[in-house]
Design a protein around this ligand. Structure first.
Ligand code: ASP
Length: 337
C-alpha cells in the first residue's frame, strides 16, 4: 500500500464563503478527505494529514512557512512514498521553487497543488487536483518538487501562475510539463530529473532581496533608497532578451550603487517566455559593466528563491553570481549560443 503525507498550509482549496469573502475553514478539508478515503479506490494511496495552524491565504506565506514545510517533509521522509502540499495558488510557484532548492537530493515526489474554486463548492477544480496529486505522489516516479494543476504536472521551479480565474491557472513557459493528465497520467520520463542521493535540507535565512521591473520612463531616484549595502540581491525584470534603458542617468546610478555595495544583480526577462542574455543588445552593456549575471530563462520565482538559497549557504558574492547562472535543480536552461 502506498502512503502519502498531505501537508495542508491553506489556500482556496479548503476555504469557505464568509461575509468578508473566502477564508480558510479549519474543518472542511479534513472531513472532505475522510469522505474521499472512504471510497477505497485501489489507486488511492493511504494518507495522513498535517494541518497547519493558522491556515493561510498564500499571500501570507513566506520563509517561516517554507521552512516548516521542508522540516515536515524531512522528519516524515522515510515513512511515506510521497508528499502533497496543499497551498494557495497565489504564491504556490514561489513555494515550489523555494522547496526545490531547500530539498536537495530528493528521491520521492513532492507535489504542490490547490484550486481556484474551493472543495466546498458544487462546481470545483479542487477535487480533481487533490486526488490526482495524491495518486502522482503515491505512484509516480517523479523525484522532484512539482506542481500539479488543471491537468498538467509541472516542474515546480519552472511553473508560474498565469491566470487569476482560469482553472488551468499555471504554465511552465520555458520547460514542457512533466506529465499531461487526461484519461491517463502520461509522464514524460525524459523530462524528469533523476533521483538524488538522499534528502538534505538547506534552510533559508532572512535576506534582503528586491525585484525591479523595468518600464519606460523608470527613474533611479524612486529606487535610490533600496540600494543599500544591506541589499544582497536584486532581480531585474528587463525588457526582451535582457535589455534596459541606457540613456544617460537612468539605470547607471542604480547599477553602480549595486556594484559598490556588492549586491548581486540577476537579469531575467519580463517576457513570459524566452531567455535573458546580457550582451545580446548594446542596451544591456551597462548591466555587463556592473557585473550583473544572466538569469537566462528562470522565472522570477525561481530567481528570487535561488538567491535566498545561495545567500543562505553563505557563499561569497562571486560564488553566488557564478551559481546563479548554473543549472542546480532544473530551473534554467543555458542557451547554446
Ligand atoms: N488567495 C488564495 C491563496 O493564494 C488564492 C488561491 O488559493 O487560489 O491562498
Amino acid at each position: 500500500m502506498k502512503r502519502v503525507c498531505i501537508i495542508y498550509t491553506g489556500g482556496t482549496i479548503g476555504m469557505a464563503r464568509t461575509d468578508s469573502g473566502y477564508a480558510p475553514d479549519e474543518d472542511y478539508l479534513r472531513a472532505a478527505l475522510a469522505d474521499i478515503a472512504s471510497q477505497a479506490a485501489p489507486e488511492l494511496p493511504v494518507f495522513d494529514l498535517i494541518q497547519y495552524d493558522p491556515l493561510l491565504d498564500s499571500s501570507n506565506v513566506a520563509l517561516d512557512e517554507w521552512i516548516a514545510v521542508a522540516r515536515d517533509i524531512k522528519s516524515n521522509y522515510d515513512a511515506y512514498d510521497g508528499f502533497v502540499i496543499l497551498h494557495g495558488t497565489d504564491t504556490m510557484a514561489y513555494t515550489a521553487s523555494a522547496l526545490s532548492f531547500m530539498l536537495d537530493g530528493l528521491t520521492k515526489p513532492v507535489v504542490l497543488t490547490g484550486s481556484q474554486i474551493p472543495l466546498a463548492e458544487l462546481r470545483n477544480d479542487a477535487r480533481d487536483n487533490l486526488i490526482t496529486a495524491l495518486i502522482i505522489a503515491g505512484h509516480c516516479d517523479v523525484p522532484e518538487v512539482c506542481l500539479y494543476f488543471g491537468g498538467f504536472l509541472y516542474r515546480g521551479n519552472r511553473a508560474t501562475k498565469v491566470s487569476a480565474d482560469d482553472l488551468v491557472a499555471f504554465d511552465s513557459p520555458n520547460y514542457p510539463p512533466l506529465a499531461h493528465v487526461g484519461i491517463r497520467i502520461a509522464l514524460d520520463e525524459k523530462r524528469i530529473r533523476p533521483a538524488g542521493s538522499g534528502l538534505r535540507l538547506v534552510e533559508f535565512g532572512e535576506q534582503q532581496i528586491a525585484v525591479l521591473k523595468i518600464f519606460p520612463g523608470i527613474q533611479f531616484e524612486v529606487f535610490e533608497n533600496i540600494m543599500t549595502e544591506h541589499l544582497k540581491g536584486i532581480v531585474i525584470e528587463a525588457f526582451g532578451a535582457g535589455n534596459i534603458p541606457d540613456r544617460q542617468g537612468t539605470m547607471q546610478k542604480l547599477l553602480t550603487r549595486a556594484r559598490d555595495n556588492d549586491t548581486v544583480v540577476v537579469v531575467c526577462t519580463q517576457c513570459l517566455k524566452g531567455t535573458a542574455i546580457i550582451g545580446e543588445y548594446e542596451v544591456s552593456e551597462e548591466l555587463a559593466r556592473a557585473g550583473a549575471v544572466n538569469g537566462y530563462d528562470m522565472t522570477v520565482e525561481a530567481a528570487v528563491t535561488k538567491l535566498y538559497y545561495l545567500l543562505s549557504l553563505g557563499c561569497g558574492t562571486d560564488r553566488v553570481k557564478q551559481l546563479m547562472t548554473e543549472n542546480l535543480r532544473g530551473e534554467l536552461t543555458i542557451p547554446i549560443l
